[in-house]
Design a protein around this ligand. Structure first.
Ligand code: GLU
Length: 438
């Protein structure tokens, strides 16, 4: 029996449905149902105590039909092989929906980074790359940050790759520090993309951002930038929450004061003028938009029944369970699916990789302009699919994405099916018309 909290099973089910809806040949499912490569490694680290400890790491590379595989590396105690498998497949569909010239990958190390010293974290990050560099590279598989990994960690990983290879390859990894060839705007890019997609959804649904309210679950890189940029766009952010607690004020949180509080205390709890709020209450608040920006499986069936928001913006990967999804669909909640909503990160990673290959760099304004154009174009493509085919937004995003991957697989001669279904195809990045005024 498929476990429907397992990301790998969830994405296989999503793929199966898209293949059926597009009336594609079963070969498409057969080809894409599993990652083409999953590597498990054991990484020995000399701990500060003098003891040797081995950590388990994974890298899943789903398909390189459209281009080199791409995706982040997460450090978390709950990482499993199936989680990275599932997440690598979501990356394939995310890059495809955005029209990026990539396939999907994801990596992870089973660890709790909060328990590691800086020296141990650096040794672990370098050890991971030493174990996996043979199957990585700017034209093979390009890592990036994910849960609990940062530009600093990307810097160590880049250095390890360069040392082992005896070369200097800034395009090996994205989300790295600016001084090593990182892109302006990359750190805030996922949150910025989330906000662009929320504003598009509000526009379609006739919601005025200046009259709207939002709640954000998760206050890491994605959640914090999302809250900050929603506030900047005039949306009243009434609640946020991180792993240790929440901050809630029905009148709207003072986001600049909250960010100062977080910089001081490393958590949102106790922010000026706020009271605590638990996750379940946050997700079911009477607001216009709820943004799950933490981990998988947060919006369960029980929560979905009680959601009062008009829009769920999936800033995390896989935050809604399939049962939850079904209820949201039934209740006519507008879901901006993860593979579209949080694609701003990998989109600016793509810009970073392009800049690295040219050795020529863009301003933050230029990056943000290009990001907006990509997000609005992709949103528009998925929305048209949703309207014209009368399918839920998630289903629509999968139709666009799976169709594109199937076309590439067919063009390479890997499958014999002819994916000719009538699908409004989003322009690929390199041929994206300037349809959006910036
Ligand atoms: N980890 C991010 C994601 O899930 C970014 C991946 C990337 O930039 O390659 O989309």
């Amino acid at each position: 029996m498929a476990d429907m909290t397992n990301p790998y099973h969830i994405v296989q089910d999503q793929l199966r449905r898209a293949v059926a809806n597009l009336k594609l040949d079963q070969e498409v499912y057969e080809l894409l149902k599993s990652p083409m490569r999953l590597v498990e490694v054991s990484i020995p680290v000399r701990m500060d105590s003098g003891a040797l400890r081995s950590f388990t790491g994974f890298r899943a590379q789903h398909t390189d039909a459209i281009g080199p595989t791409k995706g982040g590396i997460r450090f978390h105690p709950s990482v499993t092989a199936d989680e990275v498998r599932g997440l690598s497949m979501w990356m394939t569909f995310k890059t495809a929906v955005m029209g990026l010239p990539y396939g999907g990958a994801k990596g992870g190390i089973v660890c709790d980074p909060a328990e590691l010293s800086d020296a141990e974290l650096e040794a672990l990050s370098r050890g991971y790359i030493r174990r996996l560099e043979a199957v990585m590279g700017p034209e093979l598989d390009i890592p990036a940050p994910d849960v609990n990994t940062s530009p600093r960690i990307m810097g160590w990983m880049l250095d390890e790759y360069d040392r082992v290879r005896g070369q200097n390859s800034p395009g090996f990894i994205t989300g790295k520090p600016l001084v090593l060839g990182g892109s302006a705007g990359r750190e805030a890019a996922t949150g910025r993309g989330v906000v662009f997609s929320i504003l598009e959804a509000m526009h379609r649904l006739g919601i005025d951002p200046h009259q709207a309210s939002a709640a954000v679950q998760g206050f890491g890189n994605v959640g914090s930038h999302t809250a900050r940029l929603l506030h900047a766009a005039g949306v009243r952010v009434v609640a946020v929450r991180d792993v240790n607690g929440g901050a809630f004020n029905p009148e709207g949180l003072d986001i600049p004061a909250l960010l100062e509080h977080v910089a001081r205390t490393r958590g949102v709890k106790g922010a000026p003028g706020s009271e605590d709020i638990d996750s379940e209450s946050l997700l079911t608040l009477d607001v216009d938009v709820v943004v799950p920006a933490a981990l998988e499986n947060q919006v369960t069936e029980a929560i979905a029944r009680r959601v009062r928001a008009r829009i769920i913006a999936e800033a995390a990967n896989g935050p809604t369970t399939p049962e939850g999804d079904h209820i949201l669909d039934e209740r006519n909640v507008f879901v901006i699916p993860d593979i579209l909503c949080n694609a701003g990160g990998v989109t600016v990673s793509y810009f970073e990789w392009v800049q690295n290959s040219m050795g020529y760099y863009w301003s933050e304004n230029e990056v943000n302009r290009k990001l907006r154009r990509s997000m609005v174009n992709a949103f528009d493509t998925v929305y048209r699919m949703h309207e014209e085919h009368g399918v839920f937004m998630r289903e629509a995003a999968y139709l666009v994405a799976v169709h594109r991957v199937a076309l590439a697989a067919e063009a390479r001669g890997w499958i014999h099916s002819h994916p000719e279904a009538e699908v409004p195809s989003a322009p690929m990045q390199h041929m994206a018309p300037e349809t959006v005024k910036t």
